[in-house]
Design a protein. Structure first.
Ligand SMILES: Cc1cc2nc3c(=O)[nH]c(=O)nc-3n(C[C@H](O)[C@H](O)[C@H](O)COP(=O)(O)OP(=O)(O)OC[C@H]3O[C@@H](n4cnc5c(N)ncnc54)[C@H](O)[C@@H]3O)c2cc1C
Length: 711
């Protein structure tokens, strides 16, 4: 405990002790106040300033220490000082005292409560940061929740002290006036019931819901104002138009059709979008071929005769297409039509909040969901436009393996493809402007991947900034600015993997004034609504997590909020977001890693399990990597997990599940895991956490007991 906290606790304990010892509470009983009212009034008449000051100080101290009796003090204020003076002093004293109690609670308890219950509080915190004043105002208007409870609880939540003060002062005013007024009649009062009638309670309750009604009305007015410039069709062809049939659009349309809405899905290129045609599916298919090639090179390790590994690149790329074709039916027009979705082929443009045009055809719709995705970013580097560069959008069309492949970009896509193409026989050079590959992951994670790359002969250059591309008689090359001056790297093909650009062009966003973020994604609120109330957006066009699973996660919110938002809206839950990079070893993560925790000043403890000890990994010849789990200090609550291992992306699910449903490491440790599996490593990690927290003192006594029991 810090000094400040010790002083506050000492003062509170002393005050409560004095309160109890001198039985001060008895002076605040109604009868006591009524009995002494004559004397008190007389004394006030003789010393108005001094008695007013004493009353004020006593009120502030009593409320600051959360001592009982605030109601009786308020009544006494009315009885002693009269209505207006009583109201003035009680109003300020109660607000100041409440703010002091709020600050006491904040100083003593907030950090502890927020760190212990951060998982449960994150939604409350976000809500409070936005609407805390509304909630507080409502609670203050209805004096049902005890005054001191509100002060103490608010101290734990993210509402600034100044805002707490003025909202309390305003919100408590009606009730204070009623109680002070009742105090002026103290002689006739026979209890609290005489002060407020059921009608008065009802009006308090109505006052309390007033802020919410006002907020809703304001939102309606804003919405009408934004839509006022457009003519609303008298009836609509469909309930929802979805633009883009990638992961986000397909799931949005599916959900809309499932809840019996009429939905039109517009796709200008290929059903399935990026993931099926140029992203997850082809990349994982090519990684699989490269993995098999790598195992073949390791044949002797497994007691097999070494055979020459000859890669038929054309066949590999053909297999990639076959995999796409095998999955295509899941995302096809036929399947979605059977599911009740109207599928339209064409380029969509939004004409108004209720109208979409596709190849000359106008569709009127109640709502629109933009799911137009993203494409590979092509940086503006001199000379690049003169080359036949590759991106993840065009890579899948090549049929000849480049002898020397230069990959620009050290993120997940660059790393996955660098290793895959290297294993298929290309001489790969990976260049990144960042200090390391996979810069979002912890340094030791990137180091493991780098080590694997170096072992396999991939040249990795970090801190290299591309300056220009050139082609001359010697071939193609790129010039990079490096910490040691300019360096030129020659290549046969260059693959750009430097990020993704949102597909906003041609949608009609500018004409409608739909706000776009600085990184080019569409700006949405927590319900995925754009700045036009009838238009929602989800998937890569929105970000911030550009993954297929996040596109479909968001799709549910976009569909439900667009269709049913007039009754209830849902804010997207980003509390537990996992992802993986499919290198060998795989890198999977959920929640915080050490770099994020340090950057955010979040306290944590680390548990680690090295997979080189795991029986199944040894049997599989994959005994490398580690699991690192961050927990809240003094607790088994998981803040985040990173796995660098063979099948890390599968192993992480146990932590995703645990975090999502509030399961701690103790429960993972108590769960039976099949032997011998890779998933046992999660149990062993939990065992490491437990081992580091052994009750040593107790175990010393247990050892003594065993010694004694042996005689
Ligand atoms: C190489 C690579 C590997 C990846 N690997 C993974 C992975 O392993 N795991 C993972 O989770 N994610 C991965 N991703 C990311 C994943 O592919 C995307 O996050 C996901 O596809 C986004 O889906 P979406 O629906 O938002 O966009 P998209 O899939 O891009 O779909 C948008 C669709 O909208 C259409 N469209 C755009 N504008 C219009 C218009 N005006 N009218 C009509 N149609 C329009 C487009 O043609 C497109 O089909 C990878 C990406 C790449 C590039």
């Amino acid at each position: 405990m810090r000094r400040k906290q010790i002083v506050i606790v000492t003062i509170i304990v002393a005050a409560i002790f004095a309160w109890a010892y001198f039985d001060l509470g008895s002076y605040l009983q109604l009868e006591a106040v009524q009995r002494n009212i004559g004397d008190l009034r007389a004394w006030y008449g003789d010393n108005p300033l001094l008695s007013g000051l004493i009353f004020f100080v006593v009120y502030v101290v009593a409320t600051a220490l959360s001592l009982p009796g605030a109601i009786w003090l308020t009544l006494a204020g009315g009885a002693l000082l009269g209505f207006w003076t009583g109201l003035l002093l009680v109003s300020f004293a109660s607000s100041i005292g409440a703010t002091l109690a709020f600050l006491v609670s904040r100083t003593l308890l907030r950090d502890w409560v927020q760190s212990k219950f951060s998982r449960y509080l994150s939604a409350v915190n976000t809500g409070f940061e936005r609407d805390g004043a509304f909630y507080l105002f409502s609670l203050r208007l209805v004096p049902i929740v005890p005054f001191f409870v509100i002060n103490l609880v608010m101290g734990l939540l993210p509402i600034p002290a100044r805002r707490f003060y003025w909202v309390s002062q305003l919100g408590m005013l009606p009730a204070t006036a009623i109680f002070v007024n009742a105090g002026t009649q103290l002689g006739e009062l026979d209890g609290l019931a005489g002060i407020v009638s059921p009608a008065l309670w009802l009006s308090f309750a109505l006052l309390a819901i007033f802020p919410f009604i006002a907020k809703w009305a304001l939102a309606q007015i804003q919405m009408r104002r934004k839509l006022a410039a457009y003519t609303r069709p008298s009836r609509f062809d469909t309930n929802m138009v979805v633009i883009g049939a990638g992961s986000a659009g397909l799931v949005t349309a599916l959900i809309a059709a499932t809840v019996k809405a009429r939905v039109t899905l517009i796709e200008r290129h290929k059903m399935g979008g990026d993931c099926l045609n140029t992203g997850c599916v082809p990349s994982k298919a090519v990684i699989r071929s490269s993995h098999i090639a790598q195992y073949m090179r390791r044949a002797q390790e497994f007691g097999l005769e070494q055979v020459p590994v000859t890669v038929n690149f054309r066949e590999v790329m053909q297999r990639v297409q076959s995999v796409i074709e095998a999955i295509e039916p899941h995302d096809s027009v036929q399947r979605f039509t059977e599911l009740g979705v109207d599928c339209v082929q064409g380029d969509a443009t939004i004409l108004s909040p209720w109208e979409v045009e596709v190849d000359g055809q106008r569709i009127t719709t109640r709502n629109i969901v933009i799911a137009s995705g993203a494409r590979a970013r092509v940086p503006d580097i001199p000379g690049l436009d003169k080359l036949d560069y590759l991106t993840s959008d065009t890579l899948w069309d090549i049929r000849d393996l480049p002898a020397r492949l230069l990959i620009v970009g050290g993120g997940p896509i660059g790393c996955e493809l660098a290793q895959a193409f290297s294993r298929l026989g290309a001489r790969v050079t990976l260049v990144s402007h960042a200090a390391r590959v996979l810069p979002r992951e912890d340094e030791e994670v990137a180091a493991q991947v780098m080590a694997a790359f170096q072992r396999e002969g991939i040249a990795v250059h970090c801190g290299f900034e591309a300056r220009r591309f050139q082609r001359d008689e010697q071939g193609q090359s790129a010039v990079f600015q490096t910490p040691d001056g300019e360096q030129t790297l020659a290549f046969d093909r260059v693959l750009l993997a430097v990020g993704r650009t949102a597909n906003t062009e041609g949608l009609g966003l500018e004409a409608l004034g739909i706000a776009v973020n600085t990184n080019g994604t569409i700006e949405v609120d927590e319900t995925l609504r754009t700045s036009i109330p009838t238009i929602y957006a989800c998937g890569d066009i929105v970000g911030p997590y550009m993954f297929t699973h996040m596109a479909s996660h968001q799709a549910w919110y976009a569909a439900v909020n667009a269709l049913f938002g007039r009754f209830k809206t849902y804010k997207v839950d980003y509390s537990v977001v996992p992802w993986a990079t499919f290198t060998d070893p795989e890198v999977a993560r959920v929640g915080l890693n050490e770099s994020d925790a340090i950057a955010g000043g979040i306290p944590y403890e680390v548990s680690r399990y090295d997979i080189d000890d795991l029986d199944r990994a040894i049997a599989d010849g994959e005994a490398h990597g580690f699991i690192k789990v961050l927990t809240a200090p003094g607790s088994d609550r998981i803040l985040g997990a990173t796995i660098v291992a063979y099948h890390a992306a599968e192993l992480i699910t146990e932590y995703v599940m645990a975090m999502k449903h509030g399961i701690g490491l103790k429960k993972i440790l108590a769960t039976i895991h099949i032997y011998p599996t890779l998933s046992e490593s999660n149990k062993f990690l939990a065992g490491e956490w437990r081992k580091a927290r052994k009750p040593e003192k107790l175990l010393n006594w247990v050892a003594k007991y065993h010694r004694w029991s042996r005689g």
